[in-house]
Design a protein around this ligand. Structure first.
Ligand code: ZN
Length: 686
């Protein structure tokens, strides 16, 4: 493991700025910490609000991530308040947290880490705590003390597994006092603590110790077939992805029984090799390599016991059978080990391993599913390394349950912002790069949905997804180029869509084109193109969307963007109006056919939208101006004037209506048409 320390970058930094710099170096290495794991601290002198010089412990606050940590994420506490606690014999978590809160120098700072006293009781000025993969591989073994001694000699202390809190803090302090010459403290089945009088020394010690552990594990792994024979080979890439896309909605429906989940798919080759091996079934069921992962991954993944993943029908049965057994095991575990006064968490797995096909991870959104994904991508190499060293062993089931249902750990979840109205939902929008489509897509992203944007191949659809993700600050949009009128494109596109977030709850059929000519002058090509995109495109994409929704069994909402022309056609719009009328009639049939499975189908009929519209090309604008006997630059004003409210129609107006019809607020509405036209008496639905 390489040290990322740079004298040039660290030059001039001191105090908390130096700790931020070093913490970020640690956070940048995923083999040291992942997603909020680990913590760091510094002891300095500060001046308090009354002008008194005070010895202060600055410790990483709850809920921050080392990779992106900033000075504001550290909490200052009075050391002279904390240190006398070392004399106590015991302290409950609640009393300790309350005491820590009262020792804060700045009441507006984040809530201090549960490991605050551990940092306070250790004398060195700089302390780093990580959940390094390689250190955990040494200690996730039955006789971990022997392994640690073999690697580090007597130069380190090992603390038996103890849940973080007062007792662990005392044990760590005692180990240090017993031998202040130690270079680090290893927390059995948990992680590593290093320290020093400078940030650089403490950081370099982390790197040095982890490197040593990595070299030791690599040596043990060399030529060692730890996982036994490869029993199920990864299927060829196209086949496994097609199968994964077919399985994803079924799986999502199953794991969303309590709460809707978003899923992420992974088919990394090392992972496929691991889950296809002889010992994977047994070794994956032991536990997480550090209890810190429990909140995200739960105690075990679902391992689908299959010998022939290529057979879709058999595999589906095996998945359902595996899930039933998983839920039973989760309930038995809870009933046997549950601490007093807690209710059972969702009994569904967060990690699903399918030999030959890969891994699905679940979460409330893509970020949460990615956290689970990243944790497991680090878990399987630790399992392999620990197995090569001795055998893989984690904390006991009782300890696991105690940690999983520990109020201090679950408190972290309460720090998350409240979920948005479309959180956990997946929406797909065709024709998303246009004026209406992009307005709908950004409204869904703002409302918390995971959004798949599709449009014709080209820059635009990817640029839209990039823009949406940048605005959201996380991966909430995914672009799929697709021509809705091309059956092969639609099949491939919806396969990619099923793998993007695991399924589909909302489908917005919005792609469309306008060709203008009077009926006698209409070319056959324009007629057929209009039908191909507006009618056949709607049919093909609706079929694909319905297939995913039905496989999930979670109901769904389809909103079709048709046109004011369906209700009140205009001259020279023959091909457009007729193809849009076909789309509308097909949507009504879809409403009739799918109500029994909880899928609602509704329509909006916007009038002409000019702002950024691809539909209203210059030629259409000129043609419409001619049809209405006005000059082309007056088209907007003409359209705004012709409705009752005398207002232009914007993409945003359509998005508002679409979101309403897709939401639970419209739960009792299907087969309906909602005009977005400022009020046109000739287009009143009847
Ligand atoms: Zn920890």
């Amino acid at each position: 493991m390489k040290s990322l320390w740079s004298n040039k970058a660290a030059k001039g930094l001191s105090g908390i700025d130096l700790v931020v710099y070093t913490s970020r170096l640690i956070g940048a290495n995923t083999r040291l910490v992942l997603w909020g794991g680990g913590n760091s601290s510094i002891k300095t002198k500060s001046v308090d609000h009354a002008g008194r010089e005070t010895k202060v412990l600055w410790i990483k606050g709850s809920g921050s991530d080392m990779r992106t940590i900033a000075p504001k994420n550290f909490t200052p506490l009075r050391l002279q308040d904390l240190l006398p606690l070392k004399q106590r014999d015991a302290m409950t978590d609640e009393a300790m947290v309350d005491y820590q809160m009262k020792s804060m120098l700045d009441p507006k700072a984040p809530k201090p880490s549960i490991e605050t006293l551990l940092h306070a009781f250790l004398p060195p000025a700089h302390i780093y705590h990580t959940h390094a993969d390689a250190i955990c591989a040494l200690t996730d073994t039955p006789n971990s003390r022997k392994v640690v001694r073999e690697v580090f000699g007597d130069g380190v202390a090992v603390i038996d597994y103890t849940r973080p809190g007062f007792l662990l803090s005392k044990r760590v302090a005692q180990a240090y006092e017993k031998n202040p010459e130690i270079t680090g403290i290893i927390l059995d089945k948990h992680g590593l603590i290093t320290f020093g009088e400078t940030a650089q020394a403490a950081y370099q010690m982390t790197i040095k110790m982890v490197s040593k552990a990595e070299r030791y594990a690599a040596e043990k792994l060399k030529g060692n077939k730890v996982m036994g024979a490869l029993q199920v080979k990864g299927l060829p890439v196209n086949k496994r992805r097609t199968l994964a896309a077919a399985i994803a909605p079924i799986l999502r429906g199953e794991v969303s029984r309590n709460k809707l989940m978003v899923m992420r798919y992974e088919d990394d080759s090392a992972l496929l090799k691991f889950i296809g091996s002889e010992k994977a079934k047994k070794l994956t069921q032991i536990g997480p390599f550090t209890p810190d992962h429990l909140m995200h991954t739960r105690p075990w993944p679902l391992f689908v016991d299959t010998k022939n993943p290529g057979d879709f029908k058999v595999l589906t049965q095996e998945i359902r059978k595996g899930l039933a057994a998983y839920r039973k095991r989760a309930a038995d575990y809870f009933n046997r080990y549950k601490p007093e006064g807690v209710t059972m968490l969702d009994p569904n797995p967060r990690v699903i391993l399918i030999p030959g096909i890969g891994m699905f991870s679940t979460g409330k959104d893509d970020r949460a599913a990615t956290i689970v994904h990243d944790l497991y991508m680090h878990t399987f190499p630790v399992i392999e390394a620990a197995t090569a060293i001795q055998s893989y062993r984690t904390i006991s089931l009782k300890e696991t349950c105690d940690f999983e249902y520990w109020p201090m750990e679950n408190f972290k979840l309460s720090l998350l912002p409240p979920e948005k109205s479309f959180s956990r939902k997946v929406a797909l929008i065709t024709g998303a790069a246009g004026a209406i489509g992009s307005a709908i897509a950004s409204a869904f992203v703002e409302a918390g949905a995971s959004v798949i944007v599709t449009d014709l191949a080209g820059e635009k659809v990817f640029a839209l997804a990039d823009k949406l993700n940048e605005a959201a600050g996380s991966r909430q949009a995914f672009a799929i180029p697709m021509d809705v009128g091309n059956a092969r494109d639609v099949k491939r596109g919806f396969e990619a869509a099923a793998l993007a977030f695991g399924g589909l709850d909302i489908f917005i059929s919005n792609a469309g084109i306008a060709r203008t000519a009077s009926v006698d002058a209409l070319s056959l090509n324009d007629w057929e193109t209009s039908l191909r995109v507006n009618a056949t495109g709607h049919l093909l994409t609706s079929q694909a969307a319905l297939k995913i929704m039905k496989a999930q069994g979670l109901g769904g909402a389809i909103v079709v963007v048709t046109s004011k022309n369906v209700l009140a056609p205009g001259k020279d719009f023959g091909a457009y109006s007729a193809s849009k009328a076909a789309q509308t009639q097909l949507s009504r049939i879809m409403a009739i056919e799918n109500a029994s499975v909880g899928i609602r189908v509704n329509m909006v009929t916007p009038d002409g939208i000019f702002e950024g519209s691809g539909l209203w090309s210059e030629s259409v604008r000129e043609e419409r101006a001619k049809a209405h006997g006005i000059s082309p630059d007056k088209v907007e004003a003409f359209y705004a004037k012709r409705n009752l409210l005398q207002t232009p129609i914007l993409g945003h107006d359509v998005a508002e209506a679409v979101l309403f019809l897709a939401s639970e607020r419209a739960a009792k509405t299907t087969g309906a048409i909602l005009p977005i036209d400022g009020g046109l008496r000739e287009a009143f639905p009847r």
